[in-house]
Design a protein around this ligand. Structure first.
Ligand code: ATP
Ligand code: MG
Length: 278
C-alpha cells in the first residue's frame, strides 16, 4: 500500500479562549480539536465538512503547521512535523500551500499580479526566467498573460481566485489546503473555479484538503470525506458511500440541508472553456 501523504493521530489543538481571559494574565486554553485520527491519501481530494465552528479551519491550519498541536502527531510525507520549529518547517513550506477563502484580503493591493506570483518563485530559487514562469502560471489558471501587470482591484472575484490558485501552485506543491475557496463567489463562477481546481489537481497529482460547508460541492470534487462536529470526526468515508449510506444522523442532516436546485441543476458540469473566465 502507498504511504498516505498525511498521517494524523490523536491530534489535539488548544487555543487561548479570549472570551474567558481574566483582566490580568493569560486566557485559559480551550481545546478546539479533541483527538483526531485520519490519513490523507496521496493524489486525491479529501473533503472536510461540518457546521460552522466545528474546527475545519483549525484542522487545516494544523496540517500546514500554522498552528502547533497540543497533543498527538502529524506525519507529512513520512516525516514527523508535529513540533517542528519554523526553521525546520521552512524547507517544507513550498510543499504545503494554501488557497484562501478571500483572495481580496490575501493579495497585496499595491503589487501587480505578476509580482505576487513571482514572490514564492524568487524565495525558492526560481527567480530566473521569471517572465516565462509567470506567464505559465497565469496560463495554467486560464488568465491571459497581460494580467501580470494588473492589480487586485482590477480583477473580478473569480479572476482573483484564479490568481490565488496560480500562486499556490507555482511551486508544484505536494499538498494544497483549500479553505472555503468558493464561498464568496456566485454559483457559475464557483463552478468554473471548481472545475479548474479539479483539472489541475488531477494533472499535477495534488493532494488536496478541501474545506467546505457545502456538501454538494464536496460530492462533486472529493474522493473521500471527513465529517466534523465540535472538534471531533464523526464520520470519515468514501464520498459515494457517505452519500448513499451516511452512518451518522448529523451527516444525514447535512445532506438533507443541501438545497435541491443545486443538486439537480447540473451546475457543476458547465465546461470551463464555454465562457471566458469571470
Ligand atoms: N484563534 C482562536 N482562538 C480561540 N478560539 C478559536 C480560534 N480560532 C477558532 N477558534 C474557535 O475554535 C472553534 C473552531 O473554529 P474553526 O474556525 O476551526 O471552525 P470552522 O469549522 O472552520 O468554522 P466555519 O465553518 O465558520 O469556518 C470555534 O468555536 C472557534 O470559535
Ligand atoms: Mg473555517
Amino acid at each position: 500500500m502507498v504511504e498516505p501523504l498525511f498521517s494524523v493521530r490523536g491530534l489535539k489543538v488548544a487555543l487561548p479562549d479570549m472570551t474567558r481571559k481574566p483582566l490580568i494574565g493569560r486566557a485559559p486554553l480551550a481545546e478546539i480539536l479533541k483527538g483526531l485520527d485520519f490519513d490523507l491519501p496521496r493524489g486525491s481530494v479529501t473533503g472536510i465538512v461540518g457546521e460552522s465552528g466545528s474546527g475545519k479551519s483549525t484542522l487545516g491550519r494544523a496540517l500546514v503547521r500554522l498552528l502547533e498541536p497540543s497533543a498527538g502527531s502529524i506525519a507529512f510525507d513520512g516525516r514527523d512535523i508535529t513540533h517542528l520549529p519554523e526553521a525546520g518547517l521552512r524547507p517544507l513550506r513550498r510543499d504545503l500551500q494554501m488557497i484562501f477563502q478571500d483572495p481580496m484580503s490575501s493579495l497585496n493591493p499595491r503589487r501587480t499580479i505578476g509580482s505576487i506570483i513571482a514572490a514564492p518563485l524568487k524565495q525558492n530559487g526560481l527567480g530566473d526566467r521569471l517572465k516565462e514562469r509567470i506567464a505559465e502560471a497565469l496560463q495554467r489558471v486560464g488568465l491571459p498573460q497581460s494580467f501580470a501587470s494588473r492589480y487586485r482591484h482590477e480583477l473580478s472575484g473569480g479572476q482573483r481566485q484564479r490568481v490565488g490558485i496560480a500562486r499556490a501552485l507555482a511551486l508544484s506543491p505536494k499538498f494544497v489546503l483549500a479553505d472555503e475557496i468558493v464561498s464568496g463567489l456566485d454559483v457559475s463562477t464557483q463552478a468554473q473555479i471548481l472545475t479548474l481546481l479539479e483539472k489541475l489537481a488531477a494533472e499535477m497529482g495534488l493532494t488536496v484538503a478541501f474545506i467546505s460547508h457545502d456538501l454538494s460541492v464536496i460530492r462533486r470534487l472529493c474522493k473521500q470525506v471527513i465529517v466534523m462536529r465540535e472538534g471531533r470526526i464523526v464520520e470519515a468515508s468514501a464520498t459515494d458511500a457517505l452519500f448513499e449510506n451516511p452512518a451518522e444522523a448529523y451527516t444525514r442532516d447535512l445532506i438533507v440541508a443541501i438545497p435541491l436546485p443545486e443538486i439537480d441543476a447540473g451546475w457543476l458540469d458547465v465546461p470551463a472553456a464555454a465562457k471566458a473566465p469571470t
